[in-house]
Write a protein that binds this ligand. Structure first.
Ligand code: SAH
Length: 220
């Protein structure tokens, strides 16, 4: 195979990737632009790297998964991010979702309970020159009080209920997106808006995420 064929097939796979996103309801142009700008390849290592442009979740280190691109797109779209926003993500994983957020927001804080995942994600953020992301190792259920409040919060692991500290750290007018449900059952994406009158919830689609767990993880 020549370099030309390689370039062509990568370009073609990327076209199909964007087409799949649109056909699954990711229609916001800013979100599609961010997903076109951030290559998913560098966030996936080893055996599965060649499947980076397929719309499916894939395994990453520490027994975790990088989310399905269309779910990343739908969650990002539901956040309605403005360029001045400060965003908190719980569940860095590969760092892919944080990278997409970083193209739309002013500043992104992302937390994972696995130190190894945070370290590997930082390497990719540096390589892609994504300088507005801060990645931290901690139990993200408690949020990040020292940087609160946040305009937007996204949780990419399933909780049985939206964690109280995260709701408390959401700005008035802010939006939080979180998968809610038992880890071994059907979960639903929930969008929470904080208004002057309280919290408004709306239920989006069914999803399947790894569980939000307590404490720090054992790296594998
Ligand atoms: N957003 C990621 C995918 C996340 S997978 C991506 O784009 O690749 C879910 C992640 O949530 C896992 O990496 C897991 O370690 C992390 N996680 C689970 N419970 C957590 C907690 N309490 N605090 C922080 N991270 C947590």
């Amino acid at each position: 195979m020549t370099d030309m064929d390689d370039d062509d097939s990568i370009a073609q796979r990327k076209m199909q990737f964007l087409y799949a996103l649109r056909s699954k309801g990711v229609t916001n142009n800013a979100v599609l632009g961010a997903m076109e700008a951030v290559d998913r390849g560098p966030f996936i290592r080893g055996l599965f790297a060649e499947r980076a442009y397929e719309d499916m979740p894939l395994p990453i280190a520490c027994g975790q998964t990088i989310s399905q691109p269309s779910v990343v797109g739908l969650m990002t779209q539901a956040l309605e991010i403005s360029p001045r926003d400060k965003v908190l993500e719980i569940g860095t994983g590969s760092g892919y979702q944080a990278a997409i957020l970083s193209k739309l927001a002013r500043r992104v804080y992302t937390i994972d309970r696995h130190r190894r995942l945070v370290q590997e994600a930082r390497v990719v953020f540096d390589a892609l020159d994504l300088t507005n992301i801060t990645a931290l190792t901690a139990d993200g259920s408690f949020g990040l009080p020292e940087q609160a409040p946040f305009d937007r919060i996204i949780v990419t692991a399933a909780a049985e209920d939206p964690p109280g500290p995260l709701l408390a750290q959401l700005k008035e007018g802010g939006i939080m997106v979180v998968p809610v449900g038992q880890s071994d059952a059907v979960q639903h994406l929930i969008r929470v808006r904080k208004t002057a009158d309280g919290l408004e919830y709306d239920e989006m689609r069914a999803v399947r995420f790894v569980p939000l767990l307590e404490g720090l993880g054992k790296d594998t």
